[in-house]
Design a protein around this ligand. Structure first.
Ligand code: THU
Length: 161
């Protein structure tokens, strides 16, 4: 079980006046609620006839735009793509490379956590952004990418050889 640095019932943040403070950036409660809603909505679009494990992700850019994504599986199983990477690829292909946060939703009873491949793809775009890992009951925990992928390898390391 992951430690719950911040756990909040969905909906409660809406009534709060102060922005909620997180490790990497401060999201206004409206912005956070929208991000959480968009990842749940994206989950409903998941194409996952093989795993029957729908996942949705919503990615918040530095400029405040949200790109969502779902997992997209394939009859050739290895070609399936996770929701997190779908969202990142949508954002990158629209010209966005700086990210503040991503929210992820699934039907799993526990907090959904991104796979190792997705963590590495996220890391390409920095280590100081936040991941909101949600449960279907609306609770979430927030982790920085640095926490999810410590001692990571990134583009800067290529310059060190
Ligand atoms: N999946 C995601 O999309 N994101 C995650 O964080 C975990 C797993 C997908 C991949 C595959 O389509 C299905 O969930 C089962 O692994």
């Amino acid at each position: 079980m992951l430690s719950n640095r911040i756990v909040q019932q969905q909906g409660k943040a809406e009534s709060g006046r102060l922005p909620i403070r997180f490790p990497c950036c401060v999201l206004g409660s409206e912005c956070l609620q929208l991000l959480l809603r968009r990842c749940r909505e994206a989950k409903d679009c998941a194409y996952c006839p093989y795993s029957r494990f729908p996942v949705g992700a919503a990615l918040l850019t530095a400029g405040g735009e949200i790109f969502s994504g779902c997992n997209v599986e394939n009859a050739c199983y290895s070609l399936g793509v996770c929701a997190e990477r779908t969202a990142i690829q949508k954002a990158i292909s629209e010209g966005h490379t700086r990210f503040r946060a991503m929210a992820i939703a699934s039907d799993m009873a526990d907090f959904i956590t991104p796979c190792g491949a997705c963590r590495q793809v996220m890391r390409e775009f920095g280590t100081d952004w936040d991941l909101y890992l949600t449960k279907p009951d609306g609770t979430y925990i927030v982790k920085t990418l640095q926490e999810l992928l410590p001692l990571s390898f990134g583009p800067e390391d290529l310059q060190k050889a």
